[in-house]
Design a protein around this ligand. Structure first.
Ligand SMILES: Cc1ncc(C[n+]2csc(CCOP(=O)(O)OP(=O)(O)O)c2C)c(N)n1
Length: 666
C-alpha cells in the first residue's frame, strides 16, 4: 500500500478513508512534520501532540464551513498539511512562505488568526453568536492548550459562553506543558482529574457508562447533578467546567484516533457549550534517544520550537558568537538579586525566553511564573512594589500589549516604581507580525511619567538593568531586541546611567543621526558607507526615548542642518515623533534661542527625516532581510543620508533655506 499522505490534500479527501487508513495517515503526518521541521525549524512538539486531534477534527467537521479555531496557532502544522498547503509546507516561517501560525489571509481554512495565547474561545463565542443571529447552520470548534487556558481571557470567554448557552465545542489539549511545565492551581486541578484514585474508580465504575451517553449518559448525569456539590465535585470529572456551563467529556486519550472520532461524532450535534478534555503528549513520536537528539539537533527539554541545524561551510572556522541579550539580562537580574534581597523576577510563562530561568534556578523563591497572564503579572508587580519589593517584570514587547491598562491604571497613575523589561523589541524574525515588538515605544511613550530606555549593546543593557533597579521615582521600562549582542566586553562593574542622558558615539560634520537601541550599530555601519562619498556622520545613541535629552537635541540643531532619527519601532508616535514634537515646540526654540540668537533660523532650515518601521504590519522572515525591506538597514540609512545631503546641495533645501531666512528676516 502506498502512502495515504499522498492521497490527501484537502479535508474532503479524509472522508473517503477507512479508520485504518486514518491511523496510518496520522503516522505519516507525524513523520512528515518531524522530517521537515527538524530540517527547517519551527514549533515541532506542539504540532506532534495534536496529529490525531487534527485528523479527527477534519474528518468529522466540514471546514471551512465549520469553523476550527486554533489557540496560538503554533500547533496547527498538521491542520495546514490537511488544508491544501502541503506543497508549501517546506516554506513555513520563511520569508514569503507560510506563516508559523494561523492567518485568515493565508487560507480560508484558518478561521481566526493568532500568535498570542488564550484568544480562541472568545473568537469561537463571537462566531457562534453570529451564526445564531444570522440563522446559519455550522459548527464552531476551538482547540486550546492547558497552557493557554491559564490566560484570563479564556475564562472570560467560558464564563460568557456558559451564560449564553450557545452551541460550541472546546477541545482542551492537555499535555501538562506550556512552553515549560505548566503552572498554577488550574494545572493542578487538571492533573488531579487524571490521577486521583477516586477519579479512576469513578471512571471505571460509573463514568464509563457514559460511553453510551446519548441515552443512558444523560440520565446518569442528571442524577449526579442532583447530588450535593461537595460529593459531585469528587464524582463528576470536570466539575469545574460544568460549573461554568460546559458539558465536560473526558479525560480521553488524545492519540486514540478511533475514540476521538467516535466522541466528536457523538457530541457534534449536542446543544450548548461542550468541553472535551483530551490528554496528549507534547512532541509525541519525536525520537529522543540520545543518538536521535544528535541527529535532529534538538534537546529533549527544548523541543517546543527547534532551530534548523547550522550549515557548516567546508573549511569554515567556527566563530564564538556574542551572548544573547536575553542571557545577559537573565544573568544580570541574578546579580541584582544577590545585591538586593528585595528584587524579584516575574514572568508570564516565559522563563526560558526571558532569561529568568537563571533566577528560577538559583533563587526559586524570588522567581514568579504566573502562567500566560501578562495582565495579572503587571498588577501583581504593582502590589509587590507598593509593599516593599522591587519587581522586575520580564515580558516580551508584543505580549505586554495585553497588559496596557494595567500599566496605565495600576502602575503609572499611581507612580509605582515597577521595572518593565521588554525582550523581543523590534523585529523578531520568523514569528512574524504577531510577535514583532514594533509598537512598544509608541504605546509606552504616551504614558505620563514613564521612563523608557534602550541599550545599544549588551554591556549597556547590563548597566540599564542596574539603572532600572535603582530608579524609585515611578515606572521605568527597558526594551531590547531578540538575538545576540554585539560581542562587546561586558564590564564587571555597574554604571548607573543618568536618566535622560544620551551619548555621542562618534563626531561628524555633515549629517547627524540619533538612533535607538540596535539601530545605533546600523547607524555606525551606515556612517562607514557614507564616508565613501566623503560625508561624515555624527552618531548619537539616544539611550532614553523618554525623557529625551534636550541638551543633546539643542546641540544637534545648532551644529547640523540635516538630521535623521532611527528606531526599530513604528514611526507613528515613536522616538522620531518625540524628537519632532520636541524640536518644533516653542518652548524648545525659546530655550535654545537664549544660547544662540540664530537658533530659530536654524530650526526653520532643518531637514529632519524619521526612519523606522512603516505603518504596516511587517511579515515574517529573517531580520536582516526584513530590515532591508523596510529600509532600516545600514545601506538604506546611508542612501537616505546621501539623498538628503545631495538634495540640499543641488537645490531643494537651498531654496527652502533662502525663503525661510528671508521670511524670518522680514
Ligand atoms: C499572550 C501570550 N503570552 C505568551 C505566549 C508565548 N507562548 C506561546 S505558546 C505558549 C505555551 C502554550 O502552551 P499550550 O497552550 O499548553 O500549548 P502547547 O504548546 O503545550 O501545545 C506560550 C507561553 C503567547 N503566545 N502569547
Amino acid at each position: 500500500m502506498g502512502k495515504v499522505f499522498d492521497r490527501v490534500n484537502v479535508p474532503n479527501d479524509l472522508k473517503k478513508l477507512s479508520t485504518e487508513e486514518l491511523v496510518q495517515l496520522s503516522q505519516e503526518l507525524r513523520q512528515h512534520v518531524i522530517d521537515e521541521i527538524t530540517r527547517i525549524g519551527g514549533h515541532l512538539a506542539p504540532s506532534l501532540g495534536v496529529v490525531e486531534i487534527s485528523v479527527a477534527l477534519h474528518y468529522i467537521f466540514d471546514a471551512p464551513t465549520d469553523k476550527i479555531i486554533w489557540d496560538v496557532g503554533h500547533q496547527a502544522y498538521v491542520h495546514k498539511l490537511l488544508t491544501g498547503r502541503k506543497d508549501r509546507f517546506h516554506t513555513i516561517r520563511q520569508l514569503d512562505g507560510l506563516s508559523g501560525f494561523c492567518k485568515i489571509h493565508e487560507s480560508e481554512f484558518d478561521a481566526f488568526g493568532a500568535g498570542h495565547a488564550s484568544t480562541s474561545i472568545s473568537a469561537a463565542v463571537g462566531m457562534a453568536i453570529a451564526r445564531d443571529r444570522l440563522q446559519q447552520d455550522h459548527k464552531v470548534v476551538s482547540v486550546i492548550g492547558d497552557g493557554s487556558l491559564t490566560g484570563g481571557m479564556a475564562f472570560e470567554a467560558m464564563n460568557n459562553a456558559g451564560m449564553l448557552k450557545t452551541d460550541m465545542i472546546v477541545i482542551l489539549n492537555d499535555n501538562m506543558m506550556s512552553i515549560s511545565t505548566n503552572v498554577g492551581a488550574l494545572s493542578n486541578y487538571l492533573t488531579d482529574l487524571i490521577s486521583t484514585p477516586m477519579y479512576n474508580k469513578v471512571k471505571d465504575e460509573i463514568w464509563n457508562a457514559l460511553g453510551k451517553f446519548h441515552d443512558l449518559g444523560d440520565k446518569v448525569r442528571q442524577g449526579l447533578a442532583k447530588l450535593d456539590e461537595g460529593v459531585k465535585s469528587i464524582l463528576v470529572p470536570g466539575h469545574f467546567f460544568e460549573s461554568l456551563g460546559f458539558r465536560y467529556f473526558g479525560p480521553i486519550d488524545g492519540h486514540d484516533l478511533p475514540r476521538l472520532i467516535k466522541l466528536l461524532h457523538d457530541v457534534k450535534n449536542l446543544k450548548g457549550p461542550i468541553l472535551i478534555h483530551a490528554l496528549t503528549k507534547k512532541g509525541k513520536g519525536m525520537p529522543l534517544e540520545e543518538q536521535d537528539v544528535e541527529k535532529y539537533k534538538v534537546n529533549a527539554n527544548k523541543f517546543h520550537a527547534v532551530s534548523p541545524p547550522k550549515k557548516a561551510e567546508p573549511g569554515a572556522v567556527e566563530i564564538k558568537s556574542a551572548p544573547s541579550y536575553t542571557d545577559v539580562f537573565g544573568k544580570t537580574v541574578v546579580k541584582m538579586c544577590r545585591m538586593n534581597p528585595n528584587v524579584v523576577g516575574i514572568t508570564a510563562a516565559m522563563a526560558d525566553g526571558t532569561g529568568l530561568k537563571y533566577l528560577a534556578k538559583e533563587m526559586p523563591e524570588r522567581f514568579f511564573d504566573v502562567g500566560i497572564a501578562e495582565q495579572h503579572a503587571v498588577t501583581m508587580s504593582a502590589g509587590m512594589a507598593l509593599s516593599g519589593l522591587k519587581p522586575v517584570v520580564a515580558i516580551y514587547s508584543s505580549f505586554l500589549q495585553r497588559a496596557y491598562d494595567q500599566i496605565v491604571h495600576d502602575v503609572a497613575i499611581q507612580g509605582i516604581p515597577v521595572f518593565f523589561c521588554l525582550d523581543r523589541a523590534g523585529l523578531v524574525g520568523a514569528d512574524g507580525p504577531t510577535h514583532h515588538g514594533s509598537l512598544d515605544l509608541s504605546y509606552l511613550r504616551c504614558i505620563q511619567g514613564m521612563v523608557i530606555m534602550s541599550p545599544k549593546d549588551e554591556n549597556e543593557l547590563k548597566d540599564m538593568v542596574y539603572t532600572g533597579i535603582h530608579y524609585d521615582d515611578g515606572p521605568i521600562a527597558m526594551r531590547f531586541p531578540r538575538g545576540n549582542g554585539l560581542g562587546v566586553t561586558i564590564k564587571e562593574e555597574f554604571e548607573r546611567i543618568k536618566i535622560g542622558r544620551s551619548e555621542t558615539i562618534q563626531e561628524g560634520n555633515d549629517i547627524a543621526i540619533i538612533a535607538v537601541g540596535p539601530m545605533v550599530d546600523h547607524a555606525v555601519q551606515a556612517s562607514k558607507i557614507l564616508l565613501q562619498d566623503g560625508y561624515t556622520m555624527q552618531v548619537v545613541n539616544a539611550r532614553f526615548i523618554k525623557p529625551l535629552d534636550e541638551d543633546m537635541l539643542t546641540e544637534i540643531c545648532r551644529k547640523f542642518e540635516d538630521v535623521i532619527t532611527i528606531e526599530d519601532n513604528v514611526m507613528t508616535g515613536g522616538f522620531g515623533s518625540g524628537v519632532l514634537e520636541t524640536i518644533y515646540s516653542v518652548s524648545f526654540i525659546e530655550k535654545g534661542s537664549k544660547k544662540d540668537k540664530k537658533f530659530a533660523h536654524k530650526i526653520a532650515a532643518l531637514q529632519i527625516e524619521r526612519m523606522g518601521l512603516p505603518d504596516q504590519f511587517v511579515e515574517h522572515g529573517e531580520c536582516n532581510i526584513l530590515y532591508q525591506r523596510v529600509g532600516i538597514d545600514p545601506v538604506s540609512i546611508a542612501a537616505k543620508a546621501k539623498m538628503m545631503l545631495e538634495r540640499r546641495r543641488t537645490g531643494g533645501m537651498q531654496m527652502l533655506n533662502k525663503n525661510n531666512l528671508k521670511a524670518s528676516a522680514s
